[in-house]
Design a protein around this ligand. Structure first.
Ligand code: GSH
Length: 258
């Protein structure tokens, strides 16, 4: 059975899961949906509403961390994203958890704060790799759906500013960890801490090597450009971009599905 990854393709938690699948060389099909319109596909799997969801041989994994751990179980120990060396276990898990809880929601709020102000661009960006019918419906219902997204993710100027400050603090901590010249957050090999950092920071870094976020720079709204440029210039931002360039085995998601 071919595995299926149910996604909102532009979602950063989804690229975290996709990254692990691509890296492990696992064949899978992606079932991408527009935000909110993904609920029926998600609910069919154990009643959850967040993506990514991985439908695999033995069942369903409904959280990006569970997906990484499940993929790890298919790999030889030396290639796992969660190493089992005692000194690393807790550190990798701590960073990963912190990025999941703080970086993911903050980066998403900052980017949607800018993007939802540009309806055509928003539909184009989040519509990559989704069915045409969903894109058309989303476009028609944009004011309602964008309003639901703003309420659901608490997207206000004040909250976006708080999230920006949280991102700056996280980027400072990541930069400090890397200041001794280590190539990866937990030493000399790529772990779940690095993949989670790069994937969840990608909305505010817009890496060239991202498989979905491929909007030409000139079309990125000026306010978001300024935001991205500031994050890109930091040591943590440079680190995230390097991980996409050197460690993200890219498998492009079809630009627009039929
Ligand atoms: N803890 C989850 C978080 C995933 C998540 O927040 N996914 C967002 C997309 S970025 C989502 O599905 N939101 C839809 C909703 O809440 O309706 C994970 O790591 O997989």
């Amino acid at each position: 059975m071919t595995w299926t990854l149910i996604t909102i393709p532009a979602s950063h938690y989804c690229d975290k899961a996709r990254w692990a699948l691509d890296r492990a060389g696992i064949a899978y099909r992606e079932d991408g949906h527009m935000p909110i319109l993904h609920w029926p596909a998600a609910r069919r799997q154990r009643g959850t509403r967040t993506v990514p969801i991985l439908v695999h041989d033995q069942g369903v994994a409904t959280d990006s961390t569970d997906i990484l751990r499940l993929i790890d179980a298919q790999l030889p120990a030396a290639q796992r994203l969660f190493p089992d060396e005692p000194v690393l276990v807790a550190r990798v898990a701590e960073w990963e958890e912190r990025f999941d809880r703080q970086l993911g929601p903050a980066a998403r709020r900052v980017v949607y704060f800018h993007l939802l102000a540009h309806s055509a661009l928003a539909v184009e960006v989040v519509g990559t790799g989704t069915p045409r019918a969903e894109r058309l419906l989303f476009r028609a219902l944009f004011p309602v759906l964008a309003g639901m997204m703003r309420r659901g993710m608490n997207i206000t100027p004040k909250k976006a500013a708080e999230s920006r400050a949280k991102l700056q603090a996280l980027f400072t901590d990541v930069g400090a960890e890397l200041a001794d010249g280590r190539p990866y957050l937990c030493g000399d090999r790529l772990t779940a801490a690095d993949v989670t950092f790069a994937a969840l920071a990608s909305p505010v870094l817009l890496p060239d090597d991202h498989p979905v976020l491929q909007t030409p720079w000139a079309r990125v709204p000026a306010a978001l450009q300024a935001e991205v440029e500031a994050f890109r210039q930091t040591p943590a931002g440079q680190f995230g971009l390097r991980l996409y360039r050197e460690d993200r085995q890219r498998q492009a998601v079809t630009a627009q599905r039929a």
